[in-house]
Design a protein around this ligand. Structure first.
Ligand code: PRP
Length: 170
């Protein structure tokens, strides 16, 4: 299948470096990086390697159709069902923020654990679809209402492995 590339691998790498530096600049202590499965896995793995700040990795799964989230793998879940981020600095990583509901619900749930701080980063921001006033702390690319896939983002669970972001309806 031929893809129409919207953001190529080099552009993505540049944006990842820029976001990593911005996060580093505002981080004094180690961070608990909460990656939202599945889409954010590719971005997150590049991001943490581009950051100088020491990180601890946690994975959660979330659905934009359900209010809330469930922790992802048993390895990262504590017996008490928390992420164990009390008094820790948290960075939630998303591939895309659309209505903003997922990130907002996740942030509110994690807030209950009384972390020292919570910041959020999304590689792609689709502001036109935002339902409330929630915005990530750091955002990469801005798009309008295009359907995009690749670099973690799926099209019916396909193409997450592409090294670029493509557009389905150019
Ligand atoms: C996507 C994306 C965010 C959410 C954003 O996940 O990864 O988690 O939607 O939408 P929102 O801002 O409207 O809440 P999706 O449900 O497609 O799951 P996936 O990451 O497993 O592909």
């Amino acid at each position: 299948m031929e893809h129409t590339i919207l953001f190529g691998a080099d552009a993505i790498a540049g944006e990842v470096r820029r976001l990593a530096s911005a996060i580093d600049e505002e981080s004094t202590k180690s961070l608990v990086v909460v990656t939202v499965l599945k889409g954010a896995v590719v971005f997150s793995s590049d991001l943490v390697r581009a950051m100088d700040t020491e990180t601890e990795l946690v994975f959660v799964s979330a659905s934009s159709y359900v209010d809330g989230f469930t922790p992802g793998t048993e390895l990262t879940v504590r017996k008490d069902g928390t992420l164990g981020v009390e008094d820790r600095h948290v960075l939630i990583v998303e591939d895309i923020v659309d209505t903003g509901r997922t990130l907002q619900a996740l942030q509110e749930t994690i807030q209950e654990e009384r972390p020292a701080s919570i910041r959020t980063v999304a590689l792609v921001d689709k502001t036109v679809r935002r339902s409330g006033s929630f915005n990530p702390t750091y955002t990469g690319f801005h798009i309008t209402d295009e359907f995009i896939y690749g670099y973690g983002l799926d099209w019916d669970q396909r193409f997450r492995d592409l090294p670029f972001i493509a557009i389905a309806n150019p």
